[in-house]
Design a protein around this ligand. Structure first.
Ligand code: PXL
Length: 248
């Protein structure tokens, strides 16, 4: 069985963070391993507080898992502190982990910082290790310095983020007006993923970035190329959202 290591925060609602990651990985029939970087107190509407796990303890979680398991892919989400970012860059390099999907989580929709300011800058050292980075529009703006109002702006942001070293950049267009378009850049061309906008309550949309990046990691673990892993992950997320709207 293929294995994916998810390194992310803990959300007590279970809709985001490592619990969402594990549920997604289970749906893709891959074994999920998870390391918690930060505890949050939140419901689906707002994050009330965070408690970042000290880097030395996050490292112990990773070391313990790598002693027994060899992950086929890694999903990285909320990291909390600059110290966690720096530690993880060293750990990823040292363990020669591959198929790294980096979701740069900076802030909750409700406005709570999920990564310290210094951590945002430090995260750039992780980009060259990533098979794909998956910023949404606000995150892509912060990383690239491009104010994104259109798909053209998103393309420029993707080019600039690519220059920081990841093999692929997926800018998720959900925050843009109009029909949502995600764009994937591999240094030579763009792949466009369109679709109809799924009109869901904010609660139902909570944690969608976590689900998408885990689903991409599951595809990479199974040996899929990034383009196909992204296509399959988006189809899976659409199914998850339809199901959530029916049931929750
Ligand atoms: O979706 C961003 C996110 C990621 N990880 C954790 C979160 C959130 C948003 O609240 O709590 C743990």
């Amino acid at each position: 069985m293929k294995k994916v290591l998810a390194i992310a925060g803990f959300d007590p609602s279970g809709w985001a963070g490592v619990q969402a990651d594990l549920r997604t990985l289970e749906d893709f029939s891959v074994m999920g391993l998870s390391v918690v970087t930060s505890l949050t107190a939140q419901n689906r509407r707002a994050v009330k507080a965070t408690l970042h796990i000290p880097p030395a303890f996050v490292r112990k979680q990773i070391t313990a898992l790598l002693e027994e398991f060899e992950p086929d892919a890694v999903k990285i989400g909320m990291l909390g502190s600059a110290g966690n970012v720096a530690m993880l860059v060293r750990a990823l390099r040292g363990a020669k982990l591959r198929n790294i999907v980096l979701d740069p989580v900076f802030r909750s929709t409700s406005g709570m910082p999920l990564l310290e300011k210094r951590g945002i800058k430090a995260l750039e050292a992780m980009f060259p290790l990533a098979a794909v980075v998956t910023p949404n529009v606000p995150e892509a703006s912060i990383i690239s310095g491009v104010e994104i109002k259109s798909v053209k702006d998103a393309e420029e942001a993707a080019r600039r983020i690519y220059s920081l070293g990841p093999a692929h950049v997926l800018v998720k267009g959900g925050h843009l007006k109009g029909a949502p378009a995600d764009i994937l850049y591999d240094g030579s061309g763009f792949e466009y993923y369109g679709g109809k906008r799924i009109m869901a309550r904010r609660e139902v949309l909570h944690g969608t970035g976590c689900v998408l990046s885990s689903a991409i990691a599951a595809g990479l673990a199974a040996g899929e190329p990034v383009k196909k892993a992204v296509r399959d992950a988006r189809a899976y997320l659409a199914e998850v959202l339809e199901d959530r709207m029916r049931r929750f």
